[in-house]
Design a protein around this ligand. Structure first.
Ligand code: FAD
Ligand code: SIN
Length: 536
């Protein structure tokens, strides 16, 4: 028998939980019983959200303004952001953050104990980052999970892995990418405890599956970030957008062989941290007037260039001149990690840092309500592309986007519900003719090759030749893996690799199509031209 829900939420980070809690509270207020299923591929708290350090951006200080936050977002996005969406997110942000506080999220306050302690990060013209120490994401995730647990209509399924979205295609109908009458009815989900693929049917489905970091060798993203939602939506004939805009965080800790890379928050530079070459010389004055606090694309490219010039595997971040006690108070997690893992004493030692993949600005294209082009399929959070980030995301704007769009998707879901229904003839998952693969070494090797292709040819600095080489190599991996996939019973490693190959394809395809350098996309063969249109 299939699982039947009113609402299916795929993902338990800030995006999925914001939406699920809103829906649950809405129907509780109406005294209506609904069933909301939230699925997550590992433990519920293991999300990108949990690792967010710096905080969540919003206009909070009396002398700050919506206009300034809007302008900062547009400038960081190299004017490819959709201004209407930027206005929505910035204007609605403070209200959504107040709700997080109502759910029990703690943000640090100033010593007076009344005003919030607002931090500043790269690209922000004012102090507007609410944070909890340097573990803001873990605090938000804790509060949201507690809130969800208090709402009886929400059921969280941990260790359940969504394999495929169920659409009209599964009823035998042919669907094209730009059809407007495709319809989502839920998902085929692998119960990883018993290996069975089960039908999770729902009137409305929300994708909140997060990022794609693991297609690269160096990433700050945890292992769950394999682009599953984007790949599933694309296979179901959803539309992907802006995939070429991959954000590399300038300052991940240099720890060879470690994946994910531990992040040294941008807030450390906001606190006074200074970038230096391995010889101890400052260099940001050669790149941007905003020095170490220039937007991320500029800082990451500057570091990349200094590392290449000197042949060094890292640069340094210097906080030795900062007030140590205050530093520890703000960044207890970073201080402890540097001490315990690298034996660093930040009063006298510099921190070795290197850029690492951090965030995907693109994703499944959605409208201002989080709706995809597939009826009753929404996407929110890092897996979506709302138009907020344009060519580059402003620091701490992603948690903000997720809460604002979680709310907007909830509002639309409630309005749209009348039209939603699920047919009774959704077939079982068909794995006839497949077997358990005898060994998974091929999967491991293809995955390593994929990471290497993306890191070497589709990184911070690109060229036409590198991109072509990447596409040619990827095609071979795709052919090899599809054969394996067709013969095998589904398993998480095989499905994740399939999804990673698919999102890598989208990144390369859109990077090849963008014939100008904007924001995070930098191709040495391009000159900066007027905006060009990218085919979806
Ligand atoms: P996630 O929080 O990643 O949640 C994804 C969920 O989807 C997980 O529950 C996962 O299990 C589930 N999932 C995925 N695939 C499947 C599947 N196939 N089946 C079932 N479940 C699935 N942003 C800021 O604004 N401020 C910051 O300070 C900040 N710091 C960051 C620091 C780090 C180290 C990192 C990695 C990111 C940071 N970001 C920050 C970015 C931000 O954390 C993320 O963009 C945001 O948390 C994404 O939230 P999400 O809900 O979209 O996805
Ligand atoms: C950080 O703390 O540097 C991460 C902030 C972000 O990704 O928005």
């Amino acid at each position: 028998m299939p699982h039947q829900f009113d609402f299916l939420v795929i993902g338990s980070g800030i995006a999925g939980l914001s939406y699920a809690t809103k829906l649950a509270m809405h129907f509780e207020r109406l005294n209506e019983t609904v069933h909301i299923g939230v699925i997550t591929k590992v433990q519920a708290e293991e999300t990108n959200t949990k690792y967010a350090q710096g905080g969540i951006a919003a206009v909070w200080a009396a002398d700050d303004s919506f206009e300034k936050h809007i302008d900062d977002t547009m400038i960081a996005g190299d004017f490819l952001s959709d201004r209407h969406i930027v206005e929505i997110v910035v204007n609605e942000g403070p209200e959504r953050i107040r709700e997080l506080i109502d759910y029990g999220t703690r943000f640090d306050k100033e010593h007076s104990g009344t005003d919030y302690d607002l931090a500043k990060e790269g690209g922000h013209s004012d102090f507007r980052i609410l944070h909890f120490k340097d573990i803001t994401g873990a605090e938000i995730e804790r509060a949201l999970l507690e809130k969800a647990a208090s709402l009886p209509s929400i059921e969280i399924f941990t260790h359940f892995y969504a394999v495929e979205l169920i659409t009209k295609h599964h009823l035998g109908e042919t669907v094209h990418r730009y059809d407007t009458d495709n319809h989502c009815y839920g998902a085929y989900v692998l119960n990883t405890q018993n290996g069975q693929v089960e039908r999770f049917l729902a009137r409305t489905t929300l994708l909140a599956t997060g990022g794609i970091g693991n297609i690269y060798q160096n990433t700050t993203n945890p292992s769950i970030a394999t682009g599953d939602g984007i790949a599933m939506a694309y296979r179901a004939k959803g539309i992907a957008k802006d995939m070429e805009f991959i954000q590399f965080h300038p300052t991940a800790l240099y720890e060879p062989g470690k994946k994910p890379n531990f992040l040294i928050s941008e807030a450390v530079r906001g606190f006074g941290g200074i970038l230096r070459t391995r010889k101890g010389e400052t260099f940001m004055e050669n790149y941007d007037d905003r020095l170490s606090l220039a937007p991320r694309d500029i800082v990451a490219r500057a570091i990349d260039s200094e590392m290449k010039k000197a042949g060094d595997p890292f640069v340094y971040l210097d906080v030795t001149h900062c007030d140590y006690d205050k530093f520890v108070e703000h960044f207890p997690n970073i201080t402890a990690y540097c001490r315990d893992h690298l034996g660093l004493d930040l009063r006298k030692d510099y921190i070795p840092v290197v850029p690492a993949q951090h965030y995907l600005c693109g994703g499944v294209r959605v409208n201002e309500w989080g709706q995809t082009n597939i009826q009753f399929l929404y996407a929110v959070g890092e897996c979506s592309c709302t138009g907020l980030h344009g060519a580059n995301r402003l620091a701490s704007n992603s948690l903000l986007e997720a809460v604002v769009f979680g709310h907007r998707a909830y509002e639309k879901t409630v309005k749209q519900l009348g039209g939603a229904s699920v047919p009774t003839n959704i077939p079982d998952w068909n794995d006839a003719g497949t077997t358990h693969p005898e060994e998974l070494v091929l999967v491991t090797e293809i995955r390593k090759e994929l990471e290497s292709i993306m890191s070497n040819y589709v990184g911070i600095v690109r060229s036409n030749r590198r991109l072509k080489r990447a596409m040619d190599r990827l095609e071979l991996l795709y052919i090899e893996h599809e054969e394996l996939y067709r013969q095998s019973k589904v398993s998480v490693p095989i499905c994740e690799l399939r999804n990673m190959i698919e999102v890598a394809y989208l990144v390369i395809k859109m990077a090849m199509a963008r014939r100008e350098n904007r924001g995070l996309h930098y191709n040495i063969d391009n000159v900066k031209l007027a905006d060009t249109q990218i085919a979806d």
